[in-house]
Structures are given as structure tokens and as C-alpha cells.
Design a protein around this ligand. Structure first.
Ligand code: SAH
Length: 598
């Protein structure tokens, strides 16, 4: 987008003396700027330079002057008009793509700032930026600008006004996307291309039954196809182009999605290939024979002795496409079309953000691994549930925090993914281990639904089962089953079935969430089920707040366990048929004692 930083030339036209003083002031905002006395001919001279145009005069004069010069909103310059008192900065033309909205806001901000007022003796009116483009006034992003900023190519521009109107009227659009990309407010992901308002894809059409309907669906193409090319000397640009188009058409890929061309270094100067690359403004990436030969046969690359004799590389099109894309597999295998060989690979679009899914252990900072602490320190934003964040407040005091209630896991995950897709490094905090009744799975599900490929790392933590077992002695020395008694996400019948199976199979049983929603009957019922297969004297350990200030450890048995306080901060471990208590420790034998006997 145009801005003062991007060396775009700015021309300011004035008519009156007052206009001239205002022009001199605005001039300080830009580096490459010219102030000119207004003349219609001077305007037409600078029009095609595509710079920013600022007029300090009546808007009628400006409209009449620029009307015959206006061609296309993709190329027309930004036009901003100010009255000579500087009360209004009106974005008149090329509001979005040309950057006039931004320019008007920039000028208003500057004139209202201390720097803009410097040297002012009389009081200066406040400048207001006047923006009339609909999407700005509704606070929704303009689709074309959003697409341009993400380097997405709009295939059927004629659909844009229809889709934009739908967006403004409904406040949302259904988007089908097969690339990972962050979506602004109101862009709802759909899995069904047929029902989408907008499709982000490198394919030409997503269904044979639904060819592009020009005004009902907007097609945006990411530039993520790498075309590997090998060709004989003297092949013309037209032949190269025809071959590329044919290879893409074979699998219905869009020519607009081409990111770059890859080949071997000795072909990089081929006249025809270069003409083709220049014509479309593609990049060309050339590899040496040695680099190409490193791509092994396991990638499916087919080698040819003839190509080797001519170039020193066993293959050109396929390995160069794979190398330039950083991909493991080809989208289109090598096609030999006349004098040209073509292969296609897909480049993963980079998303810069990161998500660490961090387990912070049972409570105290000492029980968080140094690696997890480092990840938290390296994050910009911490997302988590209030109680867990409270436990690690020392570690996160200078971080941006997004905290939600306990049952708002989905909200938390969505927020984390959005933040990461906007380029931030986010730690999603779970108590204990993040992969045990916690956030890790949900983060992946959210990423999958958004087709987002941000970097993710799951960082383990000490789970309640480790912490509580350690406090009790060694109850988990043999096979164990962990069962959560929370029926918030699991039907109670299934929980009973698992309790029954684990009891029958003589597993040591760890009960997480023993009093979900404060419901006492869950733990009562669990005990009843286990008692069907286990003696009342079977040891039971109850640990509340392991490794926290209010820790409490009780060793009892199945018969008496309900006499003790069991709440949501508690984990209960029930021994198997061999578990015993010695010296106030709960121990499940591993089987060594049989060895001792021999
Ligand atoms: N991800 C966590 C579990 C979350 S489910 C982990 O790996 O530990 C929440 C349940 O974990 C609680 O109801 C309780 O049963 C158990 N829990 C978590 N922290 C605990 C602690 N410090 N002491 C005892 N039980 C705990």
C-alpha cells in the first residue's frame, strides 16, 4: 500500500495563498514531494506517474480536471482534496487500492499532531479525514485490499462488487480455502466449495459440475505453484508458454497461481524461457546439476540418461520444481510437450507466527520444565485459563495475556490461532500436561478447520498422574488406566463402561476430575463399579493440590475413601489387586519380588 515510507512521489496543487501555506505544511510529511500552482495540464502530466495527488481547492475543480484522466482503479493515482483552511481531507479517488483513504487519514493525523502545528500562531481547525468507501465506514476490510496484501490474485473481478455488497449486507462471507491464511472478521470457513462466496485456491474450478459462475463466486488465487522447466536450446517463448498452460490444464491448476519458474543453471539464459518469464513477471530460480542430482528417487523423480548426457543432471523439471518449492512431492509429474518438459510442485505459503502448547505442570514454578519456561519467555502473547495463569504469574508478568473462563476452551484456541496467523508467537497454557485432558488436541482441530500451517510445538508438562503418584509412593508401577469422571464432553454411560473394563482388567485406575460440576454421585458411582471387582481393602490414594501450597495427601482404601474430602483439585488413584501400603506409601509391585524369590 502507498505510504510515506514507500518513496512514492507526492504532488500538491494549490490555487490561493492560503492553499500555498497549507501545501508547505503538508510538504513536511513527505520526502519526494513537489508543490505546484494548479494548472489542468500539469495534472495530466503527473497523472500517469501513479504518485499521490493532493489538491487544496474546491472539489468541483478537481473532479472536472481528473474526470477525463480516470482509467482503472488498479492504476489511477490516489487523489485527496483539502479545503484551504484544512478542515477536511477528502479521499476522492482510489480509496482502497490506490491508498487515498490512508493518505487522507495520514494528512489529517499529521495536521492535528504537534509536528503539524509547529510554528502555528493562530488557532488551527482540527482536520477531519473524510472517507466514503463503504467497507471502511462499516469497519470491514475491503476484499480487494485484503487480497492484494496477501498476494492473492482475483480471477473474476466482475464478481467483486456483488460479493462486497453481500459482505456489507450480511456482515459475513463463506470462504473455501485450501491454503493456510488468516481470515478477517466475518470470513467464515466452509468445507463446501459449492456454497462458498469466495474460493481461495490454485485450482481453476473446484467442481466439474460448478464451473465459475462469474458473479456469484469470487475466485482468488494464491501464488504458490512452482513450475519446473527443461527445454531444448532455441525453444520459443510461445512454445514454453503453451507447454506450461497444457501441463497446468491437465490437473485444472490456474496459470494465475504461478509463483516462479525453476530450471537448471545452463538453461537460465535461454532466450525463449526468459522472454516467457519476463512477459508475466515471474521469478526464475536456477539450480546446478549437482543440486538437482541430490533430489533422490524416493521423491518419485524420474531420471533420464539422455538428459544426463546433455546437462549433467539426471532430470531437470521435476527436481528443480521440488527444490524451489521446498516440497516432497509433485502436483504434476513431468510432462514432455514438444521441446519442453514441465513439472509442478506447490510451495507452502509461510505463516510467520508460532504456537507453543505448553504444559505448566501441577502447580509451582519449580515443576515447570526449563524448556517450557523458555518457550513462555519467548512468546509475545499468553493464552490460558485464569487459575493456571495465576499459578505462573511471575513468569508472565510482562506478557500480553488473553485469559478466559474454564469452559471457554474453543474461544481460547481460536484466539490463539488467530494471533499466530497474524505473525505473533503465542503460548497456550495448560496445567499439567497439555496433551492430557487439556488444550493440545483442540489447538490442532482449530488449525485443521482453518487450514492453517503455523508452526506448532507441544511442550510436555508433569501431569497430575505423575505428581500425585510421586506424592503417594509408587502406585503406577504396573499397567494403569486414566479415566476422567467429567461428563461435560463424554457421556456418563461411556465413562461407566470404561470404569467397568479397567476394573475387570485389574488396571491401577487414576480418576481425574473426580467431582465434575461438584457432583458427588460421580465418584460414588465409580467406587461402586470398581468394588464389584476389587476388595474393599484395595489401597486408594487421594491427592489434592499436588505440588501446590495447599497440598494434601491421603492414603486410604476403597471402603473408606468417601470419608475424605474430594474436589476438583484432587486426583484419586485406586490400586490394582497387588497394590499394598508400606510405611504410609502406596506401592504397586512391578513383579521383581518373584525374581527375588528365585
Ligand atoms: N492437563 C492436566 C489435567 C487437566 S484435567 C494434567 O495433565 O494434569 C483437571 C484435573 O486434573 C483436576 O480435576 C484434577 O483431577 C487433576 N489435577 C490437576 N492438577 C492437579 C494437582 N495439582 N493435584 C491433583 N490433581 C490435579
Amino acid at each position: 500500500m502507498k505510504s510515506q515510507k514507500s518513496n512514492i512521489k507526492t504532488t500538491i496543487f494549490y490555487i490561493t495563498d492560503n492553499g500555498f501555506s497549507l501545501a508547505k505544511k503538508i510538504k513536511r510529511l513527505y520526502s519526494d514531494v513537489e508543490v505546484l500552482k494548479f494548472k489542468a495540464e500539469a495534472v495530466s502530466e503527473v497523472w500517469n506517474e501513479r504518485g499521490n495527488l493532493i489538491f487544496i481547492m474546491a472539489s468541483g475543480i478537481v473532479v472536472r480536471t481528473v474526470a477525463p484522466l480516470i482509467k482503472d482503479k488498479r492504476t489511477d493515482p490516489a487523489v485527496v482534496v483539502l479545503d484551504e483552511k484544512g478542515e477536511f481531507a477528502v479521499s476522492l479517488l482510489s480509496g482502497h487500492l490506490g491508498g487515498a483513504n490512508k493518505l487522507a487519514k495520514e494528512i489529517a493525523d499529521f495536521l492535528n499532531s504537534k509536528r503539524g502545528l509547529a510554528g502555528e500562531t493562530k488557532s488551527h481547525p482540527r482536520t477531519e479525514a473524510v472517507i466514503t468507501t463503504a467497507s471502511d465506514t462499516n469497519n470491514l476490510p475491503a476484499i480487494d485490499l485484503w487480497a492484494k496484501e496477501r498476494d492473492l490474485i482475483i480471477e473474476n473481478r466482475e464478481a467483486l462488487p456483488h460479493i462486497a455488497t453481500r459482505y456489507l449486507n450480511n456482515g459475513e462471507l463463506k470462504i473455501y480455502s485450501n491454503i493456510g491464511i488468516s481470515m478477517p472478521t466475518g470470513f467464515q470457513i466452509t468445507d463446501n466449495p459449492e456454497s462458498a462466496d469466495m474460493l481461495i485456491t490454485n485450482k481453476n474450478s473446484l467442481s466439474a459440475h460448478a464451473p465459475i459462475r462469474p458473479c456469484t463466486q469470487l475466485y482468488l488465487h494464491p501464488k504458490n505453484l512452482i513450475i519446473g522447466i527443461g527445454c531444448n536450446s532455441g525453444t520459443s517463448a510461445d512454445e514454453v508458454e503453451a507447454a506450461v498452460k497444457r501441463a497446468l490444464a491437465e490437473k485444472n491448476f490456474s496459470f494465475l497461481s504461478i509463483h516462479s519458474i525453476a530450471t537448471i543453471d545452463i538453461k537460465a539464459d535461454e532466450k525463449g524461457l526468459n522472454e516467457f518469464v519476463r512477459e508475466y513477471g515471474f521469478f526464475i530460480k536456477a539450480f546446478t546439476a549437482e543440486e538437482l542430482n541430490k533430489i533422490g528417487l524416493e521423491s518419485g523423480v524420474r531420471s533420464s540418461e539422455i538428459v544426463f548426457k546433455a546437462t549433467g543432471a539426471y532430470a531437470v523439471a521435476e527436481p528443480s520444481a521440488l527444490l524451489a518449492a521446498g516440497a516432497d512431492e509433485l502436483l504434476v509429474r513431468k510432462q514432455k510437450i514438444g521441446n519442453v518438459t514441465v513439472a509442478v510442485a506447490e510451495k507452502k505459503l509461510e505463516v510467520k507466527g508460532k504456537i507453543y502448547i505448553v504444559g505448566t505442570g501441577p502447580g509451582s514454578v519449580e515443576h515447570i520444565t526449563p524448556y517450557a519456561q523458555k518457550s513462555i519467555r519467548n512468546s509475545d502473547v499468553i493464552v490460558g485459563y485464569g487459575t493456571y495463569l495465576e499459578l505462573i504469574k511471575e513468569l508472565i508478568k510482562d506478557k500480553e495475556i488473553v485469559s478466559t473462563g474454564m469452559t471457554q476452551e474453543i474461544e481460547r484456541c481460536k484466539k490463539a490461532v488467530e494471533l499466530a496467523m497474524s505473525g505473533r508467537t503465542v503460548s497456550v497454557i495448560s496445567g499439567g500436561d497439555p496433551g492430557i485432558y487439556a488444550m493440545a488436541g483442540l489447538v490442532f482441530e482449530t488449525l485443521k478447520s482453518k487450514q492453517s500451517y503455523v508452526f506448532v510445538e507441544v511442550i510436555p508438562g508433569i501431569s497430575a498422574l505423575n505428581a500425585c503418584a510421586a506424592r503417594l509412593g509408587a502406585p503406577l508401577m504396573h499397567d494403569f488406566a486414566s479415566i476422567s469422571l467429567s461428563d461435560r464432553l463424554t457421556p456418563w454411560e461411556l465413562i461407566e463402561k470404561r470404569l467397568d473394563a479397567a476394573a475387570k482388567a485389574d488396571f491401577v485406575i487414576i480418576l481425574y476430575n473426580p467431582k465434575s460440576k461438584g457432583r458427588a454421585e460421580h465418584i460414588d458411582r465409580a467406587r461402586e463399579i470398581i468394588l464389584k471387582c476389587r476388595k474393599p481393602e484395595t489401597p486408594a490414594g487421594i491427592v489434592k493440590g499436588a505440588m501446590r501450597g495447599d497440598e494434601r495427601v491421603i492414603i486410604t482404601d476403597l471402603k473408606n475413601m468417601l470419608e475424605h474430602d474430594i474436589d476438583m483439585q484432587t486426583t484419586v488413584i485406586i490400586g490394582n489387586s497387588q497394590t499394598f501400603v508400606w510405611n504410609n506409601r502406596m506401592i504397586t509391585p512391578r513383579g521383581y519380588e518373584k525374581k527375588f524369590r528365585n
